[in-house]
Write a protein that binds this ligand. Structure first.
Ligand code: ATP
Length: 330
């Protein structure tokens, strides 16, 4: 197992007391797997990514039974272990790529900095030449052919799609084992989104790179996604192989998201309206007791004020007292 997260709880102090923004979330990623984490805005997806990367500031409190990457406990890394793992073995790309690129450096200079020293050899001049060659190679790998003009461009001169490709080039310069992609395509045109996804799928296939993709919409996930985890208001609702989860969701939240997402649109009458999940996600000050989906769940009953344990069924797991689609013997 590459990444093993068990019972991750992330809390924050608010004027009304400490709030568990993320509550006992599990997430396991196998080597070479594409795993997509799906949830509405504010459900805690980015918090999980930031906890893995160690990007959470001191006003967040993290607890976990396990937060491991390979044989490393990410909660107790020394500074030098962290430097080795984060940014090298684990890399991350973000939604608005432009704001993460350095505005004062050209693309060539930025990618040059991302090239690992251990990939270079010889004297200074030779190393300089090799660094440039490696930058050109990285640009070609992300599908940028006009490398000469790209290398002298600054972030503000790039389109969103090109900036995202530069960020991916920078992330893969270290040949990471795990790439965390935090909604890299949400603001893009569908065609550009597909291009970025194809690129990620290529790196996955060619180098066996594992990917944790973060997405708000089931309709916008990479088709190569092998496993899905559904998160709602900081609680894990369901996780399992993509096909099984989409065909027969056990959790009412997965079912509701499927109904509201473009994923099932093709199965609808052409003119029917896309239904929406009634209500909104609760605020941190008013988190429901027990299953947080309760107030928005069509199946909710009194027992739902007790937080359901995660039930495991073969390679799937769900946290619901009244799961769906269990009538047949699985
Ligand atoms: N810096 C912060 N200060 C206070 N609250 C925060 C901060 N960052 C996140 N939160 C809160 O933590 C919760 C989870 O946020 P998070 O960014 O992880 O959600 P998300 O699922 O990634 O949302 P999105 O899809 O919109 O990026 C939200 O309720 C959010 O308001």
């Amino acid at each position: 197992m590459l990444l093993d997260i068990r019972n991750l709880t992330i809390s924050r102090d608010t004027p009304t007391g400490r709030v568990q923004v993320l509550e006992r979330v599990n997430l396991q990623i196998n080597e070479g797997e594409i795993h997509t984490l799906v949830g509405e805005s504010g459900s805690g997806k980015s918090l999980i990514a930031r906890a893995i990367m160690g990007f959470l500031s001191s006003n967040w409190h993290i607890q976990a039974d396990r937060l491991w990457f390979e044989e490393h406990d990410l909660l107790t890394l020394t500074a030098s272990q962290r430097r080795h793992i984060i940014g090298v073995d684990i890399a991350m790309i973000f939604q608005d790529a432009k704001s993460y690129l350095d505005p004062n450096l050209t693309v060539g200079e930025q990618l040059g900095e991302a090239v690992l020293d251990q990939d270079l050899s010889g004297r200074w001049l030779q190393r300089r030449k090799q660094r440039k060659e490696r930058v050109i190679q990285l640009l070609h790998r992300v599908g940028i052919k006009n490398h000469e003009s790209m290398m002298t461009s600054y972030a503000h001169e790039l389109s969103e799609g090109a900036a995202q490709k530069i960020m991916i080039a920078s992330a893969i310069a270290h040949r990471p084992k795990l790439l965390i992609a935090d909604e890299p395509t949400s603001t893009m045109e569908p065609a550009t989104r597909q291009q970025i996804y194809r690129l990620l799928a290529q790196f996955h296939a060619r180098y066996g790179m594992s990917i944790l993709l973060i997405s708000q919409d089931l309709g916008a996930i990479m088709k190569e996604t092998e496993r899905l985890s559904m998160i709602y208001s900081g609680q894990l609702m369901e996780t399992g192989p993509t096909r099984a989860l989409l065909d027969k969701p056990h959790h009412p939240y997965t079912e509701a998201l499927l109904n509201t997402s473009l994923y099932r649109q093709s199965q609808r009458e052409p003119r029917s309206r896309l239904p929406t999940l009634a209500g909104t996600e609760p605020s941190l000050q008013h988190l429901p007791i027990g299953c947080r989906l309760g107030p928005r769940c069509a199946n909710a009953r009194p027992k739902c004020v007790q937080t359901p344990e995660l039930s495991k069924l073969r390679d799937r797991a769900f946290a619901c007292h009244y799961p769906l689609n269990l009538e047949e013997k699985e």
